[in-house]
Design a protein around this ligand. Structure first.
Ligand SMILES: [Zn+2]
Length: 437
């Protein structure tokens, strides 16, 4: 028998611990180990591995007793209430052979997002999202491996890490006994590697009112924090006026610091900020609906989009730091009214293939003929020429534009300073514009 007071004390200790719940390294590790295992064969969109990953995520949301916030389509109609489901299915058209440009061989394929809601009875909601699909066996993606086809691309960092982040934050927010001033929409997207398909489909057919969303936090590749530099890249900091200040103010871990401790000495991350709302991941889809967004990213590495992006290379304590930082950031925004959306300039994507840019965001989910413009960046050639969101580019210079591939081919011949005529369909009417690159 042990002393009564000792039992009482240990109960107190354990209660206190569960009240101040924290994100846990062991959970992050468990999720990534499963999602990036060979069993899931790289979680390619429309594959059996995608299916297994989606089920794993849905089962976890169910275990946390979160509200299903998906919807299913039957005969082209989308239903939400009939059968409550965490799955949000979608279809898209794609040629199974990426090297085949014959449009006759394009087939309809399926994908699914997984969506859950934590209702805290609050007026506004924070979206915590990440894509869970990856390159599968490398067949129809931009694998950077010399000989990728047939090799499993496990995508531990890209993006089992972000998916694990969503799952762990879902657990944290639904068990921490703190009534947050927000509701949370936990979303994992498929089809990201094929062009942000899942997030875009959801934003175009939302199962939750977009106007109630305060801002969206996207995690894509958060598993490779460098322990010495602690570099953390955050995209989208220009999409709400409050972001930059709060990002700096909450850049420490742990609520209490010794008095007299300088701000610099308690700073955790070396943060590289990028203002653009349009970026290489799913936050773009929300930004294009005028929602403030932030994308957290621990940086590029040599295993990116290669079969070697494996679970044993993940910095698990580093990812926990990123998650804890996100929770501190979210808490800091609770003191503020709903954030105001601010449009931003688009960041230049460095590509060796193109010497010029039109300055548009293509709609990768568009299934018709041509290249539909989903967003136009201020001050870039397309905007200067008068092109608008919704325009469908059908011809660029002498090249007929049938799809993304022919658009990129048409763009690749231009040099800075060149001029070209762009033919577009605007509200079914053909119009021509002169662009200068
Ligand atoms: Zn990727």
């Amino acid at each position: 028998m042990i002393k009564r007071s000792f039992i009482a004390a240990s109960i107190l200790v354990s209660t206190a611990f569960s009240l101040s719940a924290q994100t846990e390294i062991k959970n992050i590790k468990k999720h990534i180990t499963f999602l990036a295992s060979d069993k899931l064969k790289g979680r390619g969109t429309s594959s059996e591995g995608e299916e297994k990953a989606a089920q794993y995520i849905a089962d976890y949301f169910k275990k946390l007793k979160l509200e299903p916030m998906g919807s299913i389509t039957t005969n082209g109609q989308r239903y939400k209430v009939a059968i409550p489901s965490y799955f949000f299915d979608f279809t898209f058209k794609k040629n199974p052979n990426p090297h085949d440009t014959n449009t006759a061989n394009i087939v309809e394929r399926k994908g699914k997002n997984v969506v859950a809601f934590l209702n805290n009875g609050a007026a506004h909601t924070i979206v915590i999202g990440a894509h869970f699909d990856h390159l599968g066996l490398g067949h129809d993606y931009n694998s950077l491996d010399a000989n990728p086809e047939g090799k499993i691309h496990n995508g531990a960092d890209d993006n089992a890490s972000g998916t694990a982040g969503v799952l762990e934050l879902a657990r944290y927010y639904s068990t921490n006994n703190v009534k947050e001033k927000y509701n949370f929409l936990f979303m994992t997207f498929s089809g990201e590697e094929l062009g942000l398909l899942g997030s875009k489909k959801w934003c175009d057919n939302p199962t939750y009112p977009l106007e109630k969303i305060n801002y969206m936090v996207n995690m894509d590749m958060v598993g490779r924090l460098n322990d010495s530099t602690k570099k953390l890249i955050i995209y989208g900091v220009g999409t709400a006026p409050e972001f930059v200040d709060l990002i700096d103010k909450t850049n420490y871990l742990g609520q209490k610091f010794p008095t007299g401790d300088s701000f610099e000495s308690r700073t955790i991350f070396s943060i590289k900020k990028d203002s653009a709302g349009i970026g290489p991941s799913d936050q773009t889809s929300f930004y294009l609906k005028d929602i403030p967004v932030l994308h957290f990213f621990t940086g590029q590495h040599s295993d990116y989009h290669k079969p070697s992006d494996d679970a044993d290379k993940i910095n698990y304590p580093g990812e926990k730091m990123v998650l804890d930082y996100i929770t501190q950031f979210v808490t800091a925004t609770e003191a503020l009214p709903k954030l105001k959306f601010t449009a931003t300039k688009t960041q230049e994507t460095k590509s060796t293939k193109f010497k010029v840019t039109l300055g548009v965001m293509p709609d990768y989910a568009y299934e018709g003929k041509g290249m539909r413009i989903d967003g136009v960046s201020n001050g870039k050639p397309a905007a200067k020429a008068g092109l608008e969101k919704g325009d469908i580019v059908t011809k660029l210079g002498e090249t007929v534009v049938d799809n993304m591939e022919s658009y990129m081919k048409a763009l690749s011949v231009y040099q800075k300073g060149d001029k070209a005529t762009v033919k577009v369909l605007r509200k079914d009417k053909e119009q021509e514009f002169e662009v200068e690159f």
